[in-house]
Write a protein that binds this ligand. Sequence first.
Ligand code: MN
Length: 255
Amino acid sequence: MRILISNDDGIHFPGIIALAKAMSELGEVYIFAPDVERSAASHALTLGSPLRVKEVPFEVPNVKAFAVTGTPADCVKIGIDFLAPEKPDLVVSGINKGPNMCCDIMYSGTVAAAYEGAYIETLSLAVSLNSYSADVDYTVAAKWGLKCARKLIETKADKNFVYNINVPNLPENEIKGIKTTKMGFIEYRGGYEKRVDPYGKPYYWVNGKPVVIDKNPDCDNNAVADGYVSITPLNRDYTAYSLMDSLKEMCKNIK
Ligand code: MN
């Protein structure tokens, strides 16, 4: 099988190296990833400048790796074109530095890269590690990504969804298992910190502190905090079907 891998932390980030190493057990690995970090790029595409694609040496044998001067979504789209006319058999994004849970899913370039796979009905996974430390080990998270990929392939999982996996930063034997979760609900308080530059002009850094609103243990963030790997199915179709009928009723007299 042919596996397309991307991320948003950049092509030389240790998380993508660990992921490529693990996934190469399943088949041929092709990496198309940003040349520099593009975290929080979400689904952005590059429209106003040309994209350069350069094959680069990679740490894992038999892996073809290409650095792209674009966003994670650009990278996966270019990777899909490169592999055409056949679709990749699997798209995996990560392993991200830091979790992608709750509303952070919306901003994540890692998750958005996986969405590009789901948009062409290819089995797609995003894998993130719950740590921002510089010196963490990504191999445990990579193993969980591989175990999940194997199971989803074997059980012919529905390809119209993104499977969003978050792994606690724990030694392998301390992880309690895997939980199927829903997207949690946190709120960021104190969004932007105002500072003043040496010329007296104000500038801002994003600096919100997350507050957990939904305490349900089956939410992604709470499951990971409890020591479980979290896997959340994400809709490719954003339509809120539960609202369709009442909205139709509300809107029927708008002229
Ligand atoms: Mn990232």
